[in-house]
Design a binder for this molecule. Structure first.
Ligand SMILES: [Ca+2]
Length: 137
């Protein structure tokens, strides 16, 4: 009886701990998904590549359109280089604004900091453009 009284709550504690760990993992994955949004993938995409002098592996390159819609996302895997980054355009058959229309301005961000001072336009599906930057300290 004494053994049972000691071991039973202990077993419950282990189960509780296990559940707590499961919920923590679940919560963290939800939190990560919320903070790292992804662009909406459409059938229209313009691709960019080039160099970002000063970029390091793991850096996060994002592209947003005029309406601040995230339309491109790329994780740097090679120092000073990026690409191809797909920038997804708006699907005209849907109500939702998925991304830029032809002629819309694009803004590139590296880890949340604006890269381009120059004007970069969304030119349309299957267009590839080279764009180079340098991170100014
Ligand atoms: Ca649309």
């Amino acid at each position: 009886m004494t053994d049972f009284k000691i071991s039973y709550p202990l077993r419950n504690n282990k189960n509780f701990l296990f559940l707590l760990i499961c919920f923590s993992i679940l919560f963290m994955s939800v939190a990560v998904n919320a903070s790292y949004q992804s662009p909406i993938i459409t059938s229209i995409s313009m691709d960019f590549y080039g160099s970002i002098v000063g970029a390091m592996p793991g850096d996060r390159l994002e592209v947003k359109d005029d309406d601040n819609v995230l339309c491109g996302l790329f994780e740097i895997h090679k120092e000073n280089q990026y690409g191809f980054i797909h920038v997804y355009g708006d699907d005209p058959t849907t109500q939702q604004d998925e991304g830029p229309k032809i002629g819309d301005q694009l803004t590139f961000y590296l880890n949340g900091v604006v890269l381009n001072g120059s004007q970069i336009q969304f030119k349309g599906d299957r267009i590839i453009e080279k764009a180079d930057w340098q991170i100014t300290p």
